[in-house]
Design a protein around this ligand. Structure first.
Ligand code: ATP
Length: 904
């Protein structure tokens, strides 16, 4: 068992719990709590008192035990101590508990006292347990509602008061009976009074019972009202819940409508964007249309669902309003009934109070006190009912306010929803035409897409047919073009031949070299040559007061450039690509510019290099169809000796022989032919030729003036398309000087050089005469030069004679000789062409020459070998004779030359 402080702290727990109760029930619980606390306090006091008494008894007993032990020790000595120690023991808390074995040593009074104390302790424990249970019960009751607890407390208190009233009434009746027995006399005024009082009491009892019944009825009504109130509260809660549900549904419907509206807005934007895109790219309309169709159906479905839900919500709202109105009506009726009952109760209470005051005043103050207590409780009940009504009123107002707010909110939301729906409907209406258009476009595109494979196949088939047709057409066109090309080539060749025939296959140009710087400084600088500004084929020469006019094919003044000269001859050069043989001779006295025209200088090349470069470019242009090969040979004829300038040993003499293949062509055994494939090869060839020519002589300038230099270019072509083959030869000849050096009486080697030059130039003149005169015999073999050039001079070959003239007066006689020779060659040609025109109008691939007389070239009168000395002498004298006599001499020279060659 614990001490008093522990008990006090334990017992104070209920009061602490009570102090935490809500304020509404604080006043009601205060009364019961106070009585319970009083009881508990009383019990605590009793416990403390018993504990004090128990403690004092314990101390006394302990002292008594000590005294007894002392006396026993004195009687028995120290042996009893062990026994005493074995029979007693101390509790853990220091309270000594007497063991049963010790009773034999105490007196009977002490045993009785201990027994009594134990009994009291047990009783106190039981009471304490009861109180604890009571406290627990009260504590568990705290879980109920305040009104219910108050009602239950009132009912319990009422019951208790009724019992007390009943007991008081029974005791009063007993007293009255005792008094009646004491006063049995019926005529006694006391008995009458008592009888009256008894009636009065019974009447009051009857009234009290009626009041009690009435009170019970009121209590029942109160319970009913409470239950009605609870039902109303539940209905109110249900309505609030339904209202919340309606609000939630409304919010949900708003949210869904918002989502649907947002989706529709998005779809509308997408549709607009897609429409814009479709305007830019029509073929993609079909997909948008399909999407819009699907989305619009969903939207309409969502709108319909929303409308259905809105209607359901409106119906629910109207039902809730109806229910609310019914509840309000019921509440008003309940309030009215309650007020009536309250009024009646107050009236009854007033009457009861009056009666009670009378009864209390005279008879029974106890009953009055009880009744007043009842009135107090009734007042508390009214106050509680008033609070309940006030709470109900507040709840009602709160409910109305919430409903009103919800209604207003629902209306505004419904309005917004309706507006949104109207907007959506408008959007849908506006989208419908576009949708219809898109649908039609989509259907159209769909049909086109369905038809596309067939159309594609058809188009592919047609394209294939067209391609095949085009290919066949192109093929036939190619054949036709090829045929035309061949025909045109033949025609071109014919035309060219005709042109050459008309122009003459031997053309004569004249180039006047400029006066050099040294020559300008001398007194001999004044030129005797002049040119016609209107005709570039006329050259005037002033000689001894006489002006001589020379008409040639072209006259190049001193300022004419290498390029200008080359432009005039390049057509002739390119004809060798077509298979013609071409000879270009540079004729003139020493120092007149032959080498300059043919070879040129390093920074300004002449015809030789330019011709090769032109041939390369032309061949390259024709490369796809033609396969060309260009070979170059370079020879020198000095003193009728042929040398290979590109050979390993240039001093070796070469011979000209008939080709053993029976073709009748001549060839030079051992002649070096270098195939050139690039312009760089050309430079190497010229360098090699120069080096070999320089090593073969002591004085290059002198040597070059006295020898003929020939550059022979062969162009062989093969047409890969037609299979045609061509071969042309271009002979570029820098002749030896034509001046009359023999006039000065040269001897020895110089004489022999002059004879050889004279012979070769005479032979060249004879060959040209024979060719133009169409003689049956052409004396090619009269010199190495003409014999070597036999192939290139006969047939449909082309020849250009570039007569170089010095402008100086000191070279006037040589210039006149050269110009007269050139003019005679040209005049013979023209006369032969014009005569042929009259005599024969048919075209021929080979030039035709009439029989005309041509003067021999003005070669130097060098003594020739004996076998032809006579003819050579006649030739030399012919230069200064008349044309008629010259022609005659020419014929005699030709026959003589022929004979000479035959002899040789
Ligand atoms: N058209 C021209 N323009 C400028 N200079 C020229 C022209 N023709 C010739 N010459 C110059 O005149 C000089 C003699 O020319 P070139 O050597 O070509 O004469 P040639 O007739 O070949 O003499 P040879 O018979 O001795 O070889 C050279 O210095 C040359 O540069």
């Amino acid at each position: 068992m614990s001490d008093g402080e522990d008990d006090g702290s334990f017992l104070s727990l209920p009061s602490t719990a009570f102090s935490q109760r809500p304020s509404l029930t604080a006043e009601l619980s205060e009364t019961s709590t106070t009585s319970q606390q009083l009881i508990i306090q009383t019990l605590q006091d009793k416990v403390c008192e018993f504990q004090a008494r128990l403690h004092s008894e314990e101390v006394a007993r302990h002292l008594l035990v000590q005294q007894l032990q002392q006396s026993v020790k004195e009687k028995t000595g120290g042996g009893a101590e062990t026994l005493q120690e074995e029979q007693t023991s101390e509790t853990p808390k220091g309270v000594r508990v007497v063991q049963p074995g010790a009773d034999r040593l105490s007196c009977p009074e002490e045993e009785q006292l201990v027994t009594r104390l134990r009994t009291q302790v047990e009783e106190l424990e039981e009471k304490l347990l009861d109180q604890t249970q009571e406290v627990e019960r009260l504590r568990s009751e705290l879980g109920a509602t305040d009104l219910e607890k108050q009602l239950e407390l009132l009912v319990v208190e009422n019951e208790r008061l009724k019992q007390e009233l009943k007991s008081c009434r029974s005791s009063k009746l007993q007293k009255l009976d005792a008094a009646a027995e004491t006063c049995s006399c019926s005529h006694c005024p006391h008995s009458q009074d008592a009888e009256a009082l008894r009636r009065e009491v019974s009447r009051w009892e009857t009234q009290a019972r009626q009041r009690e019944r009435r009170l019970a009825e009121l209590e029942r009504e109160l319970l009913e009202k409470s239950s009605r109130t609870e039902a109303l509260q539940r209905q109110l809660d249900d309505s609030t819940r339904q209202l919340d549900d309606s609000r939630r549904q409304l919010e949900e419907s708003r949210r869904r409508q918002g989502e649907a509206e947002q989706k529709l807005t998005l779809r509308l934007q997408e549709c607009e964007e897609e429409l814009a895109r479709q305007a830019a790219t029509p073929p993609r309309v079909k997909y948008v249309t399909q999407t819009v169709e699907v989305e619009s159906a969903d939207s309409q479905k969502a709108v319909a669902e929303m409308q259905v839900k809105n209607n359901a919500l409106q119906e629910q709202l109207s039902a809730q309003r109806q229910l609310l109105r019914e509840l309000e009506t019921q509440l008003h009726e309940s309030q009215r009934t309650c007020a009536q009952l309250r009024t009646q109760l107050l009236a009854d209470r007033g009457r009861l109070c009056g009666l009670l005051s009378k009864a209390v005043g005279r008879r029974n103050s106890e009953v009055v006190r009880r009744l007043s207590k009842i009135l107090v409780y009734e007042g508390e009940m009214e106050r509680a009912q008033g609070q309940l009504e006030a709470e109900m009123q507040n709840l009602e107002e709160e409910k109305n306010r919430v409903i009103e707010e919800a209604f207003i909110r629902a209306e505004s939301e419904m309005k917004a929803v309706h507006e949104n729906l109207a907007g959506v409907r408008m959007n849908l209406l506006s989208l419908q035409p576009a949708l219809r258009t898109l649908t039609s476009d989509y259907n159209c595109l769909k049909r086109q897409v369905q038809d596309f494979p067939f159309m594609l196949d058809k188009a592919i088939t047609e394209a294939k047919q067209e391609i095949c047709q085009v290919i066949s057409e192109v093929s036939s066109t190619n054949q036709e073009l090829l045929r035309k090309y061949k025909r045109e080539m033949n025609l071109r060749k014919k035309c060219h031949n005709e042109l050459v025939r008309l122009k003459g296959n031997i053309r004569v140009f004249c180039r006047v070299r400029p006066v050099s710087q040294e020559e300008q400084d001398s007194a001999d600088a004044k030129t005797m040559l002049s040119f016609d500004s209107d005709d570039d084929a006329i050259l005037y020469l002033s000689n001894k007061g006489k002006v001589m006019t020379f008409e040639l094919d072209k006259v190049f003044p001193p300022h004419a450039t290498q390029e200008e000269v080359f432009q005039e001859v390049q057509a002739l050069i390119t004809s060798c690509i077509d298979g013609y043989n071409v000879c270009i001779f540079a004729y003139g006295q020493t120092g007149s510019g032959k080498t300059y025209t043919m070879e040129g200088v390093a920074d300004n090349p002449g015809i030789n290099q330019r011709a090769l470069r032109l041939l390369f470019s032309e061949v390259t242009e024709k490369a796809p169809d033609w396969d060309y090969k260009i070979t170059v040979s370079m020879v020198e004829i000095y003193n009728e000796t042929l040398r290979d300038l590109l050979g390993e040993n240039p001093s070796d003499k070469l011979d000209i022989k008939m080709n053993p293949d029976g073709s009748g062509q001549l060839y030079v055994p051992g002649l070096t032919e270098i195939t050139v494939q690039s312009p760089e090869d050309i430079n190497k060839v010229f360098e090699l030729g120069h080096v070999n020519r320089a090593t073969a002589c002591t004085n290059l300038n002198e040597h070059s003036s006295r020898s003929h230099a020939l550059l022979i270019i062969t162009v062989s072509g093969f047409n890969t398309a037609t299979g045609n083959r061509t071969q042309g030869k271009l002979n570029l000849v820098d002749l030896a000087g034509s001046e009359r050096i023999g006039k000065s009486g040269a001897e020895g080697s110089r004489l022999r050089e002059a004879q050889c030059i004279n012979k070769s130039l005479s032979a060249l003149g004879d060959v040209i005469n024979a060719l133009r005169s169409k003689h049956s015999h052409v004396p090619f073999r009269n010199s190495r030069l003409t014999y070597l050039l036999q192939d290139s001079l006969s047939g449909d070959s082309k020849t250009l004679m570039m007569v170089q003239v010095s402008p100086l007066p000191s070279n006037m006689s040589e210039s006149v000789c050269s110009l007269k020779f050139a003019q005679r060659v040209r005049s013979v040609e023209l006369s032969s062409s014009s005569s042929r025109k009259h005599e024969n109008s048919s075209t021929s691939s080979s030039p035709t020459h009439d029989s005309v007389e041509l003067d021999s070239p003005p070669v130097t009168p060098v003594p020739l070998p004996i076998s032809r000395a006579s003819s050579a002498g006649s030739t030399l004298s012919s230069a200064s004779r008349t044309p008629s006599s010259s022609r005659r001499r020419s014929q005699s020279q030709l026959s003589t030359g022929t004979r000479c060659s035959e002899v040789t």
